[in-house]
Structure formats: C-alpha cells, structure tokens
Ligand binder design. Structure first.
Ligand SMILES: [Zn+2]
Length: 275
C-alpha cells in the first residue's frame, strides 16, 4: 500500500497528515475521521461557536450556481488568474461553501493542462458535505479561516468569493509571489432584488482588504443584468445573500408571487500578489 499525505496539516501540532482508510492521522497520533460524504473536520473545539450556511442555504446556492447564472463571474475570475500559475499549482478555496467555484476552477485548469492540487475550507459542515460529494479530486476540511490547517507557504493561489478577509492567515499560507483572488459585491449588486423586498434600500458599502504583505495587481469590474424567469430561482438567489436570514416574514412574503425579475449583478474581481 502506498501511503499518501493530505494537503492539510494537523491543526493541533502542525505536522503532516497521512491518509488512512477512514481518517487522517499525524505522527503524534492526532486523528481526524472523514465524514460519510468525504470531508474531514479539522475545526478545533474552542472554535466551535462559529456556524455557516445551513442546509436550505446550501441547497439554494447549489441550485442557483449550477444553473450557470454566475458563470460570467467565474469565467472572469479564471481569465484573471490562469496564465499566472505554475504547472502544478496548490490552490485553496477559502470559504468554499458547497464547492461550485472550487470545482469549476479546478476542472478548467485540468482542461488547460495544469495539474492542480485543490483544497476547500469552510466553517459549514452542511456546505462541505455538498462540496465533498462533488468527487473531483479535491480535499475539503471544516476549519476556521483564522486558523487554516495548511503549512506555511503551501498555496500558490487562494480563492476567496464573498468570504472573510483573514489576511494574516492568507499571507502565512501563500507561497512567496502567490496570489489571492478575491471577489466582492459592488454597490449596486442585486439592487433590484433588494428593491423588490425592502421599502428602503441602501447600496452596499465597499471596502477593499488591505495588508502590507500584498499588492493589488488588478481590480476588474463585472456588471450585468440577470433576467430571472421563475419564482424558485429568485428565491434561491435571495436565500444565498446575507439578507436571507435577516428579513422579516412580511418582507419575505413579497418574494412569494414574484415570477420575473431583472436585477443587476455587480462584482469586483481583485487580484493580489504576496510581496
Ligand atoms: Zn498532530
């Protein structure tokens, strides 16, 4: 039997983790079982108060993303990064959720002759159960982005779509000259969707992450209209947003009979390099 190492390292002692039939184990004997779906839980117990997307949110996200509504965003992300990576890049999707971006980027790189080693990290077990079931050769771990179970300088690329800016950890995990590809919503992202639900609507505030160890190489804006033509898709999109959990039943009810919506989608795709 050939022993294989995991890309992840032990969150307790930092040593390499070896793949066993049902778990990952380090030389110190710390052991982490795979969940049935195939992800591993590397979250330290003292970080257990955090939570992420629950199952209905994960389902909404998977349905919406796999229908291709955000494919133009993904294609832009890919065009920004693809010629910059080494032949066998190490990639971490930080806050990977249910894994759609993780999988499509991994598969586009394989198509173009790269040999990516890809991992996804998220705080939500429900999201990672969905991600791990995609079975495209990536490893997924439940962990905090403030305590990433990867060794120093492991990653050539960190992908971060709407996820927290843990810049000190990203700096530690990235190789010298490595890239952080970050997507943030712009002021007018989903403006018409919000107008359909709320009486008064504010534009999103934009703040670009800053860190002395990174230089911003490019900021590419994608803005387009999305035409949604069925109620389920509209509700799925709303459920994906941060508003999904914070909206009153009266406001949520306004979505019930909405069968058509044209809404703006608007993103900044930011490429940082570790300097
Ligand atoms: Zn250990």
């Amino acid at each position: 039997m050939i022993e294989q190492t995991s890309a992840f390292c032990c969150p307790i002692c930092g040593k390499a983790l070896w793949k066993e039939a049902k778990s990952l184990r380090c030389a110190m004997g710390h052991c982490y079982d795979y969940a049935k779906s195939g992800y591993v839980n590397l979250l330290m117990s003292q970080q257990g108060g955090l939570h992420g997307d629950d199952r209905p949110m994960v389902r909404a996200r998977t349905a919406f993303l796999s229908a291709g509504h955000y494919r133009p965003l993904l294609d832009l992300m890919y065009s920004v990064l693809r010629d910059r990576l080494p032949r066998a890049p190490h990639i971490m999707d930080a806050g990977c959720g249910e894994g759609w971006y993780t999988q499509v980027i991994h598969e586009l790189l394989c198509r173009d002759g790269y040999l990516p080693e890809t991992v996804g990290v998220d705080i939500s077990r429900d999201a990672l159960a969905a991600a791990a079931k995609r079975k495209f050769g990536a490893e997924f771990a439940v962990a905090s982005l403030f305590h990433i179970p990867l060794s120093n300088h492991w990653a050539d690329l960190i992908v971060n779509v709407f996820a927290p800016d843990c810049m000190d950890e990203y700096f530690r995990v990235l190789s010298p000259g490595g890239y952080l590809l970050k997507v943030i919503p712009r002021e007018d992202h989903l403006l018409e969707l919000k107008q359909a639900v709320y009486d008064s609507v504010y534009e999103n505030e934009i703040s670009l992450p800053e860190h002395d160890g990174f230089s911003l190489l490019s900021n590419t804006v994608l803005r387009k209209k999305l035409c949604l033509t069925d109620n389920e898709t509209i509700k799925n999109l709303f459920a994906m947003t941060p508003y999904g959990r914070k909206t009153s039943p009266a406001d949520l009810a306004k979505l019930e009979n909405l069968t058509e919506l044209e809404t703006t989608i608007s993103f900044s795709v930011l490429l940082y390099q570790k300097v």
